[in-house]
Design a protein around this ligand. Structure first.
Ligand code: UGA
Length: 435
């Protein structure tokens, strides 16, 4: 099929490449000329494992092309995907201006009836609004589909090529038929295919993200209790996780959830619930506990080094999670700001995200080498659980630090190893060592 994808961010680009790989003719559109220039040269504009290889393959094959405008890309397409950003507004609601613009672009340039697939995370009833918007300006018929994406940064290519589930919401049989055919090369016995109405699909995506965020906040609340009681949150998460009704995933206490999705999606879900007449107070608590995880880490650094003024604090891990160079809403950057405000000298190191971190926060000095970053440090804070950090040479690290203090915001180290290595070690939700 001929497919146009509006938006070449993490979701749009990976979706474009996947659809091209499974045999469709795809054009990715983005209004950012720099990004399109980079993509036309065949370069991935962000780090994502496996993405560059996939792009090389589909661009060489000629099945994925890029354009700066919808003008040339939309005409003749069978399916148009909307994969533009839906950032949060100050009141928590999603900002849907880019979705509206994409709808206008498709309506203006469509040369016939077309299936419009909404992949951006949006509040319930957005597809209906998109359809109304398009029908006001075009004589063609638009078959609206909600097809929320479940890929995770850091494993986006794998998630997209081998999805656990595909969710397709539509109110017309024909739209369901076309999208099922589009995805047919990906379907096998391991893939759960959910076909629903439009509104159910839109709400399901928010429900999934909010539930996962709730699990993380539950673990972080437990961590605060464990710290007060001198118990071990990791063991409790293991015990809870061994109950198949609970599951171990997303019970890791730490600095809380960050990234482009959870923070804005939890707020947007709460806001839309309120608009629909339901006070989703549970989500208010989820957000409060998430912010509290950062407060707890800040206080631990303060507790360990005493006065922060002039102290060198090293943040290991600047990306919001391992496997990505994405620093949007990264807990590390919030912590950096807080520590700087308190007078500390904050430096950082990340195996992938040094450059993106500098773009977003020019005041932070970053080092490619973790030992250079830690030289003379009064405290190291582990902010992202990259495997590189658990493999650090602890003797070397201790030798170069001014004070051997580690605040472990992701519980990457074994407390007994830290005790033996002679560090003052403050993990999350576990008893401190040598304090
Ligand atoms: C999340 C969802 O997991 C995807 O299914 C969804 O498609 C995506 O949002 C989206 O809406 O686009 P992502 O934001 O890439 O994916 O990352 P996650 O792996 O979900 O992690 C989110 C945050 O939670 C990270 O900051 C991570 O460090 C944190 N986290 C995760 C914890 O603090 N504890 C955990 O146990 C798990």
């Amino acid at each position: 099929m001929k497919v146009v994808v509006l938006g070449t961010g993490h979701v749009g680009l990976v979706t474009s490449a996947t659809l091209a790989k499974i045999g469709h003719e795809v054009v990715g559109v983005d209004s950012d000329p720099q990004k399109i220039a980079q993509l036309r040269k065949g370069e991935a504009p962000f780090f994502e494992p496996g993405l560059q290889d996939l792009l090389d393959e589909v661009i060489k094959k000629g099945s994925l092309k890029f354009s700066e405008t919808a003008t040339d890309a939309v005409p003749g397409s069978d399916v148009a995907f909307i994969c533009v950003g839906t950032p949060g507004r100050p009141d928590g609601e999603a900002n849907l201006l880019a979705v509206e613009q994409a709808a206008h672009d498709i309506a203006k340039h469509a040369t016939g009836d077309i299936v419009v697939v909404q992949k951006s995370t949006v509040p319930v009833h957005t597809a209906e609004r998109v359809k109304t918007t398009m029908s006001r300006t075009s004589p063609h018929v638009f078959h609206l589909v909600s097809n929320p994406e479940f890929l995770r940064e850091g494993s986006a290519v794998e998630d997209s090529l081998k999805p656990e589930r595909i969710l397709v919401g539509a109110d017309e049989k024909e739209a369901h038929r076309i999208v099922r055919e589009l995805y047919s090369p990906l379907l096998n016995d391991d893939v759960e295919y959910h076909a629903t109405d439009l509104r159910t699909a839109e709400l399901a995506k928010h429900a999934c993200n909010a539930f996962l965020a709730m699990k993380i906040s539950f673990a972080n609340a437990l961590a605060r209790i464990c710290e007060a009681a001198r118990a071990d949150v990791v063991s409790i998460a293991d015990i809870m996780g061994s109950d198949s009704r609970i599951g171990r995933a997303f019970l890791n206490a730490g600095l809380g959830y960050g990234g482009y999705c959870f923070p804005k999606d939890v707020a947007a879900f709460r806001a839309q619930a309120e608009r629909l007449g339901f006070d989703f107070g549970l989500l208010t608590e989820v957000m409060k506990i998430n912010a509290g995880a950062l407060d707890a880490a800040f206080l631990k650094v303060k507790e360990a080094v005493w006065n922060l003024e002039g102290k060198r604090i090293v943040l290991f891990g600047l990306a919001f999670k391992p496997g990505t160079d994405d620093v949007r809403e990264a807990p590390a950057l919030y912590l950096a700001e807080r520590l700087r405000e308190a007078g500390a000298i904050v430096v950082g190191h990340d195996p992938q995200a040094n450059e993106t971190a500098k773009e977003l926060m020019s005041s932070i000095e970053v080092f490619d080498d973790p030992y250079e970053a830690a030289d003379g440090a009064h405290c190291v804070v582990i902010c992202t659980e990259w495997s590189e950090f658990s493999d650090l040479d602890l003797t070397r690290l201790k030798g170069i630090m001014t004070h051997p203090v580690i605040v472990d915001g992701r519980n990457v180290f074994d407390p007994s190893t830290m005790e033996e290595a002679g560090f003052t070690y403050l993990p999350t939700g576990r008893p401190p060592v040598n304090l």
